[in-house]
Write a protein that binds this ligand. Structure first.
Ligand code: IPM
Ligand code: MN
Length: 352
C-alpha cells in the first residue's frame, strides 16, 4: 500500500493534480497496486486565513508518507517569497530532499522552439542539488536602508552535501545507461571556493565510476549548448541556483511548462513530485491549463515507488497524447481542456 500525501496548493495546482490523480487511479486499476491519499490544503488561501505556511507538525505527518504529490505554490495575494520559502523550500529542506531531478525530454509531436531538433536530440536529465547553496538563506544586511548598506547572500556548500548529490548523479547516469556521461555544470572560472569544492568532489567521485565519462561545462556555456546542441547531454549535475536557472531553459526546449515535471528526492526518505510550472493564477478554474506536467510528475512518483510497469504505461499514455492528440502544449493551443487531456491519458493507461 502506497501512502501518498497530496498538496494541490494554489492557482491551477488543484486542477492539474486532479488529472494526475485520475491517471494514478487508472494505473492502479490496470497494474493492481494499492494506494491511499491524504489531502493537505497548504497554500496561499490557507495562509491568508490562518497565517500558517507549512507547520512543523505537518512536516512530521508528511514524513510518515511514502511520497508527496504537489501541485503548485504561489498566490497573487501573498507577498512573493513567503509561500515559496514557507512551504516549498521548507518541505525540501526539512525532509532533506537533497536531489531535484528534472528530466528534459521532448516527447513525439511536441513542438520545440529549437529548429531542426527532435525527440532524439532532446533527452537529458538535470540533477540539481536541492538543500544547499544560495538557497539556505545565509547572509544579512549591514546598515540597511542607508547609503552605506551592505547585503550579503552566501552560498553554502558542504562536502557531504555536494558529494551525496554528485554520487547520486553518477549512480543515476549508470542506471540510465544512455550515453553514460555526466556533465558537471559550474562556474569554476569565477567562483573560487564553492566551485573548487564541487570540482574536487566530482573528480574524486568519478574515479569510482570508470564506466561514466565525466565532463565539465560552465553554466553560461551550458545555456548556449542547451539551445545549440542539446544532444550533447545525458545527465547534468549542478548546484541549487544554477540548476534552478538551467531547468527553466530545459523546460522551454522540451515544449514548455505544460510538460515539465520534477522530483524532490530524498533517496532514504520521503520524496515530493511536482509539475515545475508554477500556479498560473490567471488561468485558475478555467480548465485550460496543460496537466501533462502533473501527469509526468505522477509517472516519476510511480517510478520512485517501484511501480515501474505503471510508470512506463503512464509515459506511453503521455506520448500517445502528445503524438496524436494535441496540436500544441500551451494554453489556448491544446485543442482540449485540462480534464479531457487527463481523460485521454487515463484511458490509454487502462488499455494500450
Ligand atoms: C523551482 C522554483 C522554486 C525554486 C521557487 C518557487 C522557490 O522556481 O522549483 O524551480 O527556485 O526552487
Ligand atoms: Mn525554478
Amino acid at each position: 500500500m502506497h501512502n501518498i500525501a497530496v498538496m494541490p496548493g494554489d492557482g491551477t495546482g488543484p486542477e492539474v493534480v486532479r488529472e494526475g490523480l485520475k491517471v494514478l487511479a487508472a494505473a492502479a486499476d490496470r497494474f493492481g497496486f494499492e494506494y491511499q491519499t491524504t489531502a493537505y490544503d497548504f497554500g496561499g488561501d490557507r495562509y491568508l486565513k490562518t497565517g500558517e505556511t507549512l507547520p512543523d507538525a505537518a512536516v512530521e505527518e508528511l514524513r510518515g508518507h511514502d511520497a508527496i504529490f504537489l501541485g503548485a505554490i504561489g498566490h497573487p495575494g501573498v507577498k512573493p517569497g513567503i509561500l515559496e520559502q514557507g512551504i516549498l523550500l521548507k518541505a525540501r529542506f526539512a525532509l532533506d530532499q537533497y536531489i531535484n531531478l528534472r528530466p528534459v525530454k521532448l516527447y513525439p509531436g511536441v513542438d520545440t522552439p529549437l529548429k531542426d531538433k527532435g525527440p532524439d536530440d532532446i533527452d537529458f536529465v538535470v540533477v540539481r542539488e536541492n538543500t544547499e547553496g544560495l538557497y539556505v538563506g545565509s547572509g544579512g544586511f549591514l546598515k540597511k536602508g542607508t547609503p552605506d548598506e551592505v547585503a550579503i547572500q552566501e552560498s553554502i556548500n558542504t562536502r557531504k552535501g555536494v558529494e551525496r548529490c554528485i554520487r547520486y548523479a553518477f549512480d543515476y547516469a549508470q542506471k540510465r545507461n544512455k550515453d553514460n556521461k555526466l556533465t558537471l555544470c559550474g562556474k569554476t572560472n569565477v567562483l573560487n571556493y564553492s566551485q573548487d569544492l564541487w570540482m574536487r568532489a566530482f573528480t574524486e567521485a568519478g574515479a569510482d565510476y570508470p564506466g561514466i565519462t565525466a565532463d565539465y561545462a560552465h553554466v553560461d556555456a551550458i545555456c548556449m549548448w542547451f539551445v545549440k546542441n542539446p544532444e550533447w547531454f545525458d545527465v547534468i549535475v549542478t548546484d541549487n541556483i544554477f540548476g534552478d536557472i538551467i531547468t527553466d531553459l530545459g523546460a522551454m526546449i522540451q515544449g514548455g511548462m505544460g510538460i515539465a515535471a520534477g522530483g524532490n528526492i530524498n533517496p532514504d526518505g520521503v520524496s515530493m513530485f511536482e509539475p515545475i510550472g508554477g500556479s498560473a493564477p490567471k488561468y485558475t478554474g478555467q480548465n485550460v491549463i496543460n496537466p501533462l506536467a502533473a501527469i509526468a510528475a505522477v509517472q516519476m512518483m510511480l517510478e520512485f515507488l517501484g511501480e515501474d510497469e505503471a510508470a512506463a504505461a503512464v509515459e506511453r499514455g503521455i506520448m500517445h497524447v502528445t503524438s496524436e492528440k494535441l496540436p500544441g502544449m500551451a494554453v489556448g493551443k491544446m485543442g482540449h481542456s485540462t480534464s479531457e487531456i487527463g481523460d485521454m491519458v487515463a484511458a490509454r493507461v487502462r488499455k494500450d
